[in-house]
Design a protein around this ligand. Structure first.
Ligand SMILES: Cc1ncc(COP(=O)(O)O)c(C=O)c1O
Length: 445
């Protein structure tokens, strides 16, 4: 084949070469679900069907699809300044976005380090935690503590502190010096809780056990999702996160909130940290930050962490870390335009106002066959179905496929159907989401 034909992709235009992430490739390619356009609350498939977006893409298109303001900002930016090196150079958008984010973050979380994906931001936060302790003369604090059923992306750091067995077992021993808290899921006591479960705060005390085992002097940081998303929306029991904060304070351990899903209005507050009234030492964010139009992520750190690095001669690099595309101009433009939409349309307040409607709608599915739990907080939700004998996940996958046929996009993880509609969802659309999901559950054997 002539080189130009190969470059043009002539003769290779099949579904085969794309090795799809976190996907059953052979199954998908035998019956693909292809979307070709999106607007507002809907995707359009390649055969022209409208699919209601019950999951904001992958928990990320919080302001709805095809937002003109973001498109215009990105278009203008790419014409003005397509790229600027972030090491030893700057551009206005990076400083503007960091300032806007620091103003909306709680407490003294006032410095922002940019990356491109949630995974990169998680690894950035973990590296900052190690470097911070070293900088303070506590280089012995090297252990990182995650939590079972946590998801912190696909990098080595995030996979190591993550607690989803399927995501870990293919990849050997991962990082050393990592331990995990028990997860907070307790269906025996908390099934069908509306919002935060009443019982279970004591599970945070397991951190004291981990401290007792390893000694606090060896532990750098604890990282948790305030609400675990990818594992099926596990809402923390009342008082749990507060206790984690107290125990971390008691032992000089940094607390990192991974808010890749919970940030940007998802819980009816700017961040879960605001919702729960807790100031962590770092907040990891991504997804909704640019409404997913351009990949971007960030780690916000408390003033004391930043200040700890700003020592020594001013001409030395304080943190040997960063990415070619940290604070990419297109990402910053998209991020600023996204925040403008949030401010003008009061999207966070909107999510807060809709949360009770969302809760009632989801819990109306309680009496359906197969349903064993329903969980919700803000505009996140999950319906868990009983597994089929000997085939975990199979029933939920069938429901997921049926939803697609009916015209609904949601996420399936194990036996959980997870939902997180764009914050522009209407009450009527909430009704449609729940109707379609209910029908799909009823049709499942
Ligand atoms: C809580 C959390 N952290 C990190 C990530 C990883 O983000 P990304 O896929 O952008 O690397 C995700 C992705 O779903 C997430 O939900």
């Amino acid at each position: 084949m002539p080189d130009s034909d190969a470059v043009a992709g002539r003769g290779v235009n099949t579904l085969e070469p794309f090795w799809m992430p976190f996907t059953a490739n052979r199954q998908f390619k035998s019956a693909p679900r292809i979307v070709v356009a999106a607007q507002g609350m809907h995707y359009i498939t390649d055969d022209g069907r409208r699919i209601l977006d019950g999951s904001a893409g992958m928990w990320c298109v919080n302001a709805g699809h095809g937002r003109e303001r973001i498109i215009a900002a990105v278009r203008e930016q790419v014409g003005q300044l397509d790229y600027a090196p972030p090491f030893q150079w700057g551009h206005p958008g990076a400083f503007a976005l960091a300032s806007r984010l620091s103003a909306m973050l709680p407490g003294d979380l006032d410095h922002v380090f940019f990356a491109n994906s949630g995974s990169e931001a998680v690894d950035t936060a973990l590296k900052i935690a190690l470097a911070y302790h070293r900088q303070r003369g506590e280089a012995h604090r090297v252990r990182l503590i995650g939590r079972e059923r946590g998801y912190h992306g696909a990098g080595f750091g995030g996979t190591s502190v993550g607690g989803i067995s399927n995501n870990r077992k293919q990849f050997g021993t991962l990082l050393g010096g990592v331990d995990h808290l028990r997860h907070t899921h307790d269906p025996a006591r908390s099934a069908f809780s509306r919002g935060q479960p009443e019982s279970g705060a004591e599970r945070a005390d397991q951190l004291e056990d981990i401290v007792a085992l390893h000694d606090a002097s060896t532990i750098a940081a604890v990282i948790v999702e305030p609400v675990s998303g990818s594992t099926g929306v596990l809402v923390p029991p009342r008082g749990y996160l507060e206790r984690l904060r107290q125990i971390c304070d008691r032992h000089g351990i940094l607390l990192i909130f991974d808010e890749v899903i919970t940030g940007f209005g998802r819980l009816g507050a700017n961040f879960a940290a605001d919702h729960f009234g807790i100031v962590p030492d770092m907040v990891v964010m991504a997804k909704g930050m640019t409404n997913a139009t351009v990949p971007a992520s960030a780690v916000a750190v408390r003033k004391e962490i930043y200040d700890t690095f700003m020592q020594g001669p001013s001409n030395t690099i304080e943190l040997f870390h960063g990415y070619t595309y940290s604070a990419h101009p297109l990402a910053c433009a998209a991020g600023l335009a996204t925040l403008d939409i949030f401010a003008e349309e009061s999207l966070t307040e909107r999510a807060r106002a809709l949360a009770p409607v969302w809760e009632d709608a989801l819990h109306s599915l309680r009496s359906l066959d197969h349903v064993v739990d329903i969980r919700n907080l803000g505009l996140m939700g999950a319906v868990e179905v009983a597994p089929r004998e000997g085939a975990p996940g199979a029933r939920a996958f069938d429901i997921f496929l049926e939803c697609f046929e009916l015209g609904l996009m949601l996420r399936q993880t194990g036996d959980v159907l997870a939902l997180s509609p764009p914050l522009v969802v209407t009450e009527e659309q909430i009704g449609s989401i729940v109707d379609m999901l209910g029908t799909a559950i009823e049709n499942a054997d």
